[in-house]
Structures are given as structure tokens and as C-alpha cells.
Design a protein around this ligand. Structure first.
Ligand code: ATP
Ligand code: MG
Length: 249
């Protein structure tokens, strides 16, 4: 079982979209996948068509075999859940006290029942990122092919190093470019710069900017199911194949 944390320095780069869709692509490849939303925005459920009034989830039920929902897209899923401000404060206080709350929860899932556990996190440093990095064997840093993403990479790398320093089972960081523009000189320059400076870490497939991704979200479905043949879906499937090859799962 491999736990992979999706993270980013900058917000709105596509972590939630890619975490959901890569999870679905892995399930389509007969992998057993659990997706856990560690972001109080509680937005992961939007990609999976889950009832917005559902209040169960991470905060109320924790991480256990009984708190996993069956999503119609072949994966097991724990939403963050709908919570009040004071419930959120209490929950975050609990996470600050026990840095291994998420890691212990994942370990409580039946051994051998999952090939992949995918964690979605809020952007930048947070108690959720810290929890994710105490649990994950791999970190998938999602970036845009722009200067702002490029410039935040050293900061996010040092955060990952700090939180995983005591973890001999942590395998490392991969960098995944999302929303790659088709015709942008700057986009291609940033991609080349990333390749030049992070060639060992860069995922060899970029996910292109594709209007179908936003359309799929409007229908509360993964783009992989909404339009399996579109450019972004094909890129996402290639990333899933790469992930399977590079983790020997
Ligand atoms: N490859 C893509 N092509 C086109 N639009 C995309 C693509 N990936 C993501 N988007 C759009 O970008 C927006 C942000 O995506 P998303 O919510 O997944 O980002 P995020 O990194 O999880 O954001 P946050 O930091 O707030 O958690 C959404 O409107 C989504 O539909
Ligand atoms: Mg998100």
C-alpha cells in the first residue's frame, strides 16, 4: 500500500481535481484506492457527485474501514465533512496534539485492502499538510507552468523535508505540471526550466489545460468519466500508468 499526498504551495492549481481523477484512473486499472479529503473546503466530494448535505466524513467519523463511502466511480472515499467553526477548531486542536492522527487512521485500514491511499490537502503550510506528510510515502506537488509556481517550489520542498525528516519510509517528491497551456511560449519555458532543475522529480507527463475539466465539475463527475477521450483525461490516465510503474504496485 502506498500513500500519496497531493500538495501545492499556491492555491487553485488543481490538486483536488487531479487527486480525484488519478484515484479514479487507478481504480479503472483494477487498483484498490481510498481517497481522503484533508481540506476543510470539503470540495473533493464535488468531483464524486456526493450529496452536499452529507455531514459524515473525516471530522465526525475519523479514518477507519467503517468511515469509507463507496463512490460510484470505483473508489472508496472519506470526505472532509460539513462542520461548524467550533467543530473545526476542536478538530484542528486534536491534529496539533497528535501529529500521527491521519497516519494512525490509515494504518487502521485493513492491511492489504488498498493499493493506494490518496490524500488531498489545502494549499501551503497547514496542520493538514503536516498530517499528510506524516502518513505519505510519496508527495505529489502540483504546479502550474508559471513563474509563481516555479518560485514556490523551494519553499514547499523544504517543508516536505522538514516534516518527513524522521521518516525512513518516505520515498520522495514528484512534481506534476497541471493546466499546461497548448500555445504559450512562457509555459514551455517554465516546463523546460523545471526539467532542467528538477529532472529527477518531474513527472514525465503534463496534464494540459482542458475546458472539459471544468465542465465535468459542473456535472459533479470526474472528467475521466465525463469525457474519457479528451486531452486531460488521456494525460491523467498516462499519469496513473506512470504512478503504477514507478511504485511497483
Ligand atoms: N487540467 C485542467 N484544465 C482546465 N481546468 C482545470 C484543470 N485542472 C484544474 N482545473 C480547474 O482549476 C480550478 C481549480 O482546481 P482545484 O480546485 O482542483 O484546485 P486546488 O489546487 O485543489 O485548489 P485549492 O488550492 O483551493 O484546494 C477548478 O475550477 C478546476 O476545474
Ligand atoms: Mg483543493
Amino acid at each position: 500500500m502506498k500513500t500519496i499526498a497531493f500538495l501545492s504551495g499556491k492555491g487553485g492549481v488543481g490538486k483536488t481535481t487531479l487527486a480525484a481523477n488519478i484515484a479514479v484512473a487507478l481504480a479503472q486499472r483494477k487498483k484498490h484506492v481510498a481517497l481522503i479529503d484533508l481540506d476543510p473546503q470539503n470540495a473533493q466530494r464535488l468531483h464524486l457527485g456526493m450529496d452536499p448535505d452529507e455531514i459524515a466524513g473525516l471530522v465526525r467519523e475519523g479514518i477507519s474501514p467503517g468511515s469509507l463511502f463507496d463512490s460510484p466511480f470505483g473508489i472508496k472515499f472519506i470526505p472532509f465533512g460539513r462542520v461548524t467553526g467550533s467543530e473545526l477548531d476542536d478538530f484542528e486542536a486534536q491534529l496539533k496534539k497528535n501529529r500521527r492522527w491521519v497516519a494512525d487512521g490509515i494504518e487502521s485500514l485493513v492491511k492489504g485492502s488498498f493499493d493506494f491511499v490518496i490524500l488531498d490537502t489545502p494549499p501551503g503550510p497547514s496542520v493538514y499538510l503536516q498530517q499528510a506528510l506524516m502518513a505519505a510515502q510519496r508527495a505529489m506537488v502540483v504546479v502550474l507552468a508559471d513563474a509563481a509556481s516555479y518560485l514556490t517550489l523551494p519553499k514547499i520542498e523544504s517543508l516536505v523535508q522538514e516534516y518527513t525528516a524522521q521518516r525512513p519510509d518516505f520515498e520522495g517528491v514528484s512534481i506534476l505540471i497541471n493546466q499546461m497551456p497548448t500555445n504559450s511560449k512562457l509555459g514551455h519555458q517554465v516546463r523546460s526550466a523545471l526539467y532542467a532543475n528538477y529532472s529527477k522529480n518531474l513527472v514525465p507527463i503534463a496534464v494540459y489545460k482542458d475546458a472539459r475539466v471544468a465542465q465535468a465539475l459542473a456535472f459533479e463527475r470526474p472528467v475521466l468519466q465525463y469525457e474519457p477521450g479528451c486531452k486531460a483525461s488521456l494525460n491523467i490516465q498516462n499519469v496513473a500508468d506512470w504512478l503504477i510503474d514507478s511504485t511497483d504496485q
